[in-house]
Design a protein around this ligand. Structure first.
Ligand code: PEP
Ligand code: MG
Length: 754
């Protein structure tokens, strides 16, 4: 027979009283274990707290030897308590000593207890400790008792997270709740950011855990679930979603969960233990997060993310909070998000934004492109960071190495502060050479242009002393807009760009959309290989309306000036001819309608598809210039997806196959008397830029942050010595393809700073 059970609600009421008492943290803990033991008719109740050194320390007990408090320490994973901490799952055993993980701690005197119930103390999916009850008799604890203990552990979680217990421990052994964390991610935009966490989607803090009137809480949760279901149905009906695509799949998953009986039952059971509806949502969400953190299957993780989102929505229904609560940004804001669109990033006040951390973004995601354009240090692939970080936490991110330090120790802080000072010194040096032309020691000038795409990029022209804009990615304007920009809006932007550039040349690239660059307001086309799919000029030629309106806007913006237009992803000479015909047609149209004409129109092609390498003698006579898009060219030459970090380091661009292709392009350009420039990320890395200069490139286009380092490298360089070495290295048959180290050695020997 199961012993009499005082009932979880009574227990929670008592707990509330204890929490309100003006007593020390230890006294409070001691009272809590006595209460729980009495309420659950257990001979033992103990609280173990996870410490920063990843061990579990006995903080309070009723029933075990009290002398063992603060002395008994075990590793996470050791014994039954360690197992609960490690798995973040409850363990309910009628004969604990039979369990293979059982380990005996003589100082506690626990050998006589047979039954064991341990629940993890969780907050936001993180384990902060373990709460245990034990009985002498062989008994299995009932479901409602497990529930009640889990609920009680929420109270303890708040107590630990508040820092109240920290005073009970010597340095190095404090509770781990607020421990420093080092999270490895992927660097998406260079720079170091020091600041404080701002959650992009702020969590709603549940301030009231214990219900005054449980029946009312049940009514509230039912109403909130109904409202949530209606909200999802409404979103699914919305016209733009009804056409299908990824968004719709996510909503379908939400709908499935919102109607899932298990989900609803778990919420109601949690309320049944005496907590508020909000606390019930938090509990279910925290359990889900704990599972999500351990889940390695990407599909299942994704579904758990969906459930997490759904719980957030339910919480908003309950509290009436709006989705986008944008509080005032602190001065040094580091925004932390699961994912984010480029438009959302632009909503933040840039003057206060010091960095961005995302759980789910790769280097070529749109938000990463925009973050780089804005010069915001960014780290992606930072697993679970939104659960681990609390608003206001100190945080340091390194956009070069992809590291995130949450609640950093003072050592880490001072190391990074030094790094920032060093960078600032370098920046001051770069500013000092801003107005110098990039001329090598042996007198060769390499024009350094800027890669840009948004209005916010324009001040960089002055700040970096760029020769012009070598690549204006026009699709960025389309990606951050809510609707397809009209010709008039495009015209306005292009005019502003040309005005800002003054007499510096600007090369506009026509839209490179399609494939993975999806516009939120356009139909999604599912393709197996979007990078090689219906994108860029292919889409432009098949649906010429869009391309025409864009070309018209460019030509009109360039009235009385030079207009440079280039086409992305051209794979065949015929495609260039067709695209050029569109420009000519638009010129004729403008002439007929008496518009003021551009002074000069230069039409070029991006070399991104390897097939163009074998059509250069046909192509070069037709074009005014070529610009190498090394991001795509390299991805297609090595057949390595540019967004896939798993294979990113498999081949080195600084190896003969790519360098021979780049040299061929430069040579052919010279032969035909046509300028060949390069505008992929390659030119933004000093060592690679050095090689490009050595191969004969006299014009490069790079990201704003790279301008100083690349110019400083060029000023140190003796180009003739490099060119001789390069030919030798590229043509020699060799073991091991990369020549990176040889080039680094050259730079070092020559005193070239990279
Ligand atoms: C490139 O492919 O190198 C390039 C500059 O274009 P994008 O990165 O926009 O594809
Ligand atoms: Mg490209």
């Amino acid at each position: 027979m199961r012993p009499a059970f005082g009932g979880p609600r009574l227990l929670l009421r008592r707990l509330r009283e204890v929490m309100a008492e003006q007593i020390s943290a230890q006294e409070r803990l001691d009272k809590i274990v006595v209460l729980i033991a009495a309420n659950m008719v257990a001979e033992v109740c103990s609280v173990y707290v996870l410490r920063v050194d990843a061990t579990l320390e006995l903080y309070a007990t009723q029933g075990l030897n009290r002398e063992a408090v603060h002395l008994t320490v075990m590793r996470a994973g050791e014994g039954l308590v360690g197992l609960v901490a490690q798995t973040a799952e409850s363990l309910n055993l009628s004969d604990a000593q039979e369990h293979p993980s059982f380990s005996f701690k003589p100082e506690t005197g626990e050998e006589i207890f047979h039954s064991f119930l341990g629940v993890p103390i969780l907050r936001g999916g993180n384990t902060l400790g373990v709460l245990v009850v034990q009985n002498r008799a062989h008994r299995k604890y009932e479901e409602d008792e497990v529930e009640a203990l889990q609920t009680t552990s929420m109270v303890l979680a708040e107590m630990i997270a508040s820092g109240e217990l920290s005073a009970l421990a010597p340095p190095g052994q404090e509770p781990a709740a607020r421990r420093p964390l080092h999270l490895p991610g992927e660097g998406l935009a260079e720079g170091v950011g020091l600041g404080h966490v701002v959650l992009h989607e702020p969590r709603i803090q549940v301030t009231k855990l214990i219900a005054d009137d449980p029946a009312r809480e049940l009514v509230r949760i039912e109403a909130a679930i109904e409202a949530l279901r209606a909200e999802i149905d409404h979103m699914l009906d919305a016209e733009d979603v009804a056409r299908g695509g990824e968004h719709k799949d996510i909503l379908e998953a939400y709908r499935m969960f919102a109607h899932d009986r298990g989900f609803v039952r778990r919420l109601k059971e949690a309320i049944g233990t005496g907590i508020t509806a909000e606390a019930a949502v938090e509990r279910v969400q925290s359990d889900n997060r704990a599972r999500m953190m351990r889940q390695t299957d990407p599909y299942l993780r994704e579904r758990m993310h969906d459930l997490d989102d759904l719980a957030n929505r339910l919480m908003r229904q309950l509290t009436g909070a709006k989705g986008e609560v944008r509080m005032d940004l602190p001065d040094n804001a580091i925004v932390v998000a699961r994912h984010m669109g480029p438009a959302a990033l632009l909503d933040y006040d840039r003057s206060r934004l010091r960095g961005l951390v995302l759980e789910e973004a790769g280097a070529t995601s749109h938000v990463a492109i925009v973050a780089r354009a804005l010069g915001i240090p960014t780290v992606g692939q930072a697993a679970n960071v939104t659960s681990l970080a609390d608003p206001g936490d100190a945080i340091i991110i390194d956009g070069a190495t992809g590291e995130v330090h949450l609640r950093p120790t003072s050592d880490v802080e001072s190391a990074y502060a030094e790094k920032v000072r060093f960078r600032a010194r370098r920046q001051a040096q770069y500013a000092a050479i801003r107005h110098l032309p990039a001329v090598t020691r042996d007198g060769v000038e390499v024009k350094l242009n800027l890669n840009a795409g948004l209005m916010v990029d324009l001040p960089f022209l002055e700040e970096t002393g760029a020769s012009g804009i070598g690549l204006f990615r026009t699709e960025l304007q389309f990606m951050v807009a809510n609707a397809l920009p009209r010709t008039a809006e495009q015209l306005d932007l292009y005019r502003k760009v040309l005005d800002a550039a003054g007499d510096r040349p600007v090369t506009f690239r026509t839209l490179d959309i399609g494939g993975d660059k999806v516009l939120p307001y356009m139909d999604v086309i599912q393709e197996e290989n979007p990078a090689m799919g219906w994108r860029a000029i292919r889409l432009g030629l098949d649906r010429p309306g869009l391309l025409r309106s864009q070309v018209r806007a460019m030509l009109r913006a360039g009235a009385g000036r030079e207009v440079r237009i280039m086409f992305p992803m051209v794979a065949a000479v015929e495609e260039f001819d067709a695209a050029k015909a569109i420009v000519e047609r638009e010129l004729t149209h403008l002439r007929r309608h008496d518009h003021r004409m551009p002074d000069r129109v230069q039409i070029g092609v991006m070399v991104e598809v390897p097939a163009l390498l074998f059509q250069l003698d046909e192509l070069l006579p037709r074009v005014d210039f070529l610009s190498v898009g090394s991001n795509d060219l390299v991805q297609f030459m090595f057949a390595v997806d540019r967004g896939n970090s798993r294979i990113a380091n498999r081949f080195d661009v600084l190896s003969p196959p790519i360098l021979r292709a780049l040299r061929l392009l430069a040579r052919k350009g010279r032969e035909h008397g046509k300028p060949v420039t390069l505008c992929g990320e390659l030119a933004s890395r000093p060592l690679e830029a050095m090689v490009l200069a050595g191969l004969g490139y006299r014009s490069l286009s790079l990201s704003p942050a790279a301008m100083g380092p690349v110019k400083s490298m060029l000023l140190d360089l003796d180009l003739s010595r490099l060119s001789a070495l390069l030919d030798d290295l590229i043509d020699q048959p060799r073991q091991g393809a990369s020549i990176r180290q040889r080039l680094r050695d050259f730079a070092e020997a020559e005193g070239v700073t990279l």
